[in-house]
Write a protein that binds this ligand. Structure first.
Ligand SMILES: Cc1cc2nc3c(=O)[nH]c(=O)nc-3n(C[C@H](O)[C@H](O)[C@H](O)COP(=O)(O)O)c2cc1C
Length: 189
C-alpha cells in the first residue's frame, strides 16, 4: 500500500467486527512500532497486548469510570460513549503502550515522544494490514484500575491505548484546520 494513502486514509475507528486478528499480523504491526526512532536510541517502549477476560475487565472498568465523568453529557452521546468504553467498540484486541517512568521532565518528554513515534508506526501499519485502531488517552482516567488489571508497576508510565480489530464502520476524514499549510508552517532562510 502506498505510504501517503496510509497516512491520508487511516482514521480513528470506534466500531469493530468481532473477528480475531491473527497473531502474526499483530506481531507485524508491533514490529513496525519497534522500528520507530527513539531519543538516545533507548527503544524504551513496551506494549501489552490485551485480549479475552483481561480485555473484558479493562472495558468494564473504563465504563465504570466513564459513568462518572460523562454524567453531564447529552444522553445519546453519553450512551454511545459508554457502549464504546465498555468493550472498546467490540475490538478483539487492545494494545497498551508503556514507557519507563521518570521524574526528570526532559527525559520524560523524550520518552513520550519516542513512544508516540512508535505508536503512530503501529497505527499506520495496522491500517496497511486492513485493521482499525483508535489512539486513546481517555482510559488513563481509569489508570489505577488499568494498573491493577494489567499488573503494571509504578516504574512504567502508561502512554496510550488502542483497540485493534477489523473495522465495522467507515469514518469520515476530519477536515484540516490549515489545508494549505499557510499558518502552520513558517519558512525561513
Ligand atoms: C493523543 C491522542 C489522544 C486521543 N484520545 C482519544 C480518546 O481517548 N478517545 C477517542 O475516542 N479518541 C481519541 N483520540 C482520537 C482522536 O479523537 C482522533 O485521532 C481525531 O478525532 C482525528 O480523527 P482521525 O484519527 O480519524 O484522523 C486521540 C488521539 C490522540 C492523538
Amino acid at each position: 500500500m502506498d505510504f501517503y494513502e496510509v497516512v491520508y486514509q487511516r482514521r480513528a475507528i470506534r466500531k469493530y467486527k468481532p473477528d480475531a486478528v491473527p497473531r502474526e499480523v499483530l506481531h507485524k504491526i508491533l514490529d513496525a512500532a519497534n522500528w520507530a526512532p527513539s531519543g538516545m536510541n533507548l527503544q524504551q517502549w513496551e506494549f501489552i497486548v490485551v485480549t479475552g477476560e483481561k480485555k473484558k475487565q479493562l472495558g468494564e472498568s473504563y465504563r465504570q469510570a466513564a459513568e462518572s465523568f460523562t454524567r453531564d453529557w447529552e444522553e445519546k452521546r453519553r450512551q454511545a460513549f459508554l457502549e464504546f468504553a465498555q468493550n472498546y467498540g467490540g475490538a478483539p484486541v487492545v494494545i497498551v503502550a508503556l514507557t519507563d517512568a521518570t521524574d526528570d521532565p526532559g527525559v520524560r518528554k523524550m520518552h513520550l515522544e519516542s513512544v508516540s513515534a512508535a505508536f503512530e508506526n503501529l497505527l499506520l501499519a495496522a491500517y496497511a494490514e486492513g485493521l482499525g485502531t483508535c489512539w486513546m488517552t481517555g482510559p488513563l482516567q481509569d489508570e489505577a484500575s488499568m494498573r491493577r488489571i494489567l499488573d503494571i508497576p509504578p516504574e512504567k508510565e502508561i502512554v496510550a491505548v488502542t483497540p485493534v480489530g477489523y473495522p465495522d464502520m467507515v469514518a469520515k476524514a476530519p477536515s484540516r484546520k490549515d489545508p494549505d499549510l499557510t499558518s502552520k508552517v513558517r519558512w525561513v532562510e
